[in-house]
Design a protein around this ligand. Structure first.
Ligand SMILES: Nc1ncnc2c1ncn2[C@@H]1O[C@H](COP(=O)(O)OP(=O)(O)OP(=O)(O)O)[C@@H](O)[C@H]1O
Ligand SMILES: [Mg+2]
Length: 432
């Protein structure tokens, strides 16, 4: 436990603790009287239900439970805990699966003494104290490492419709990355999928050096929302030790939906397509926490669900405006069995130039030029209207097309080192 947390607990233990009571419950909120607590603190309702104070007045607290509200009755006792939600950080978390509030759910026993407890709230590094993103962070996926390179401290969105392969790509990256530590937040996923993700996609090798925070779709909205911040806080703990952390969040859309439920229930008006303003305030608050620190870095990969493949939906739009790059997965590739279904030409890494040598950039540009040429004549070729010989670039691209395809397709269990990926790409663009 950190010194601050120990002190806070000691102060609390020394203080008289009046017990208050629940005077009302409506929607997701509880009204409590007789307890003194600050906004952000936790109170305990009855035996063990934690609730966060979201508003205070002279004699009342408005609280949101971090658990099931059913069964809470008027008059139920309420006790102040004197502190906000505490999150475990440290080495002992590696290989563990935690719930949305940071409690282990993997049946491997309590976290023990190897962790420190810190407040969930943390200071976002100031813009001017941050280093720039200038080193690549290889992820083991050829199409990304060469054509949409990820930099240490970059924040990248993975945009796709449902079932196009977002989660599988995250698992592949988790296994293939060279990052010291990976933290995965699974927010609002179906319970069945989580098990499949952990056991089949991630596997034992993926789990080592990884911390997973899970809040499935049946959890209360505040727990789902907290889970995203808990995963981020755990990543910050590792970053502050000077480590390069890869934070993977699946999905930012479901986190935004959780915030929507919380906001609407607290009486906020719906603004853009049913999302209240707090959603658009939460997103930068969460996403800005990733990035390079004074030492260490958090590289953030966030999946964004684009409903009905509508890339201008408000959450996707907001995410795109905050993040430093986007990877687009398309259903067209996925249904053709082309995995990972990355649409390279639609995907952009804003740090590509800063993390790649000029010679490699030239190869990447040439590869994109060939792919662009193929895309431009695709329809002509399909209807048989393209005449071989009419454009040398197109002819070359068509000849190389099977090799380009082989380069871009990559089996889930296959990891390619960045040097191998770059030399494959170099051979490809200089062939013929
Ligand atoms: N690399 C891959 N190799 C083979 N099949 C894949 C691959 N990636 C995805 N798939 C297929 O696509 C399906 C959906 O993948 P996945 O669950 O990763 O999609 P998703 O975008 O996360 O979906 P959701 O929107 O439901 O979360 C998988 O069950 C699998 O059949
Ligand atoms: Mg998924």
């Amino acid at each position: 436990m950190s010194v601050a947390a120990t002190l806070a607990r000691a102060r609390l233990a020394a203080r008289p603790q009046p017990t208050g009571s629940v005077v009302g419950a409506m929607g997701l909120t509880l009204t409590v009287e007789g307890v003194v607590a600050a906004v952000g603190d936790l109170v305990e309702v009855g035996a063990g239900l934690l609730a966060e104070v979201v508003a205070v007045s002279r004699d009342r607290l408005t609280c949101m439970p971090l658990g099931e509200i059913s069964g809470v009755h008027a008059g139920a006792p309420v006790r102040a805990t004197g502190m906000p939600l505490q999150v475990p950080v440290g080495e002992a978390l590696l290989g563990r699966v935690l719930d949305g509030l940071g409690r282990p759910v993997d049946g491997l026993g309590p976290l023990g003494g190897g962790v420190d407890w810190v407040d969930l709230a943390s200071e976002t590094p100031h813009a001017l104290s941050r280093r720039r993103v200038e080193e690549p962070l290889p992820v083991g996926v050829r199409a990304l490492d060469t054509l949409v390179p990820v930099g240490k401290g970059q924040r990248l969105g993975i945009f796709a419709g449902s079932g196009v392969g977002k989660s599988t790509l995250l698992a592949q990256i988790t296994r293939g990355t060279e990052a010291d530590v990976r933290v995965i937040g699974l927010i609002g996923e179906r319970g069945r999928e989580v098990k499949e993700f952990l056991e089949e996609n991630l596997g034992a090798e993926g789990m080592a050096r990884t911390v997973v925070v899970v809040a499935t779709s049946d959890e209360p909205p505040l727990v789902r929302l907290k889970a995203a911040f808990v995963a981020t806080r755990i990543a910050e703990g590792f970053r502050d030790q000077g480590r390069d952390v890869l934070l993977l969040m699946d999905s930012i859309t479901r986190t935004a939906m959780a915030q929507r439920e919380v906001g609407l229930s607290a009486g906020e008006p719906p603004a853009t397509r049913g999302y209240p303003p707090s959603v658009f305030a939460m997103m930068p608050r969460l996403l800005e926490k990733a990035g390079p620190g004074a030492t260490g870095s958090i590289t953030g990969l966030y999946t964004v669900l684009v409903e009905g493949d509508d890339h201008n939906e408000p959450i996707a739009d907001t995410a795109r405006s905050i993040l430093d790059g986007h990877v687009v997965l398309t259903r067209r590739l996925a249904t053709a069995g082309h995995f990972p279904a990355i649409d390279v030409l639609e995907s952009i890494s804003r740090v590509a130039g800063a993390v790649t040598s000029p010679a490699r950039m030239a190869d990447a540009r040439e590869a994109r030029r060939l792919m662009g040429a193929l895309r431009d004549v695709k329809e002509l070729v399909e209807i048989g209207a393209y005449q071989a010989g009419s454009d040398p670039l197109v002819d070359r691209a068509r000849m190389l097309s099977p090799a380009i395809d082989a380069f871009l397709r990559q089996a889930l269990e296959d990891t390619t080192s960045p040097d191998d990926a770059w030399s494959m790409l170099h051979r490809l663009v200089t062939a013929g």
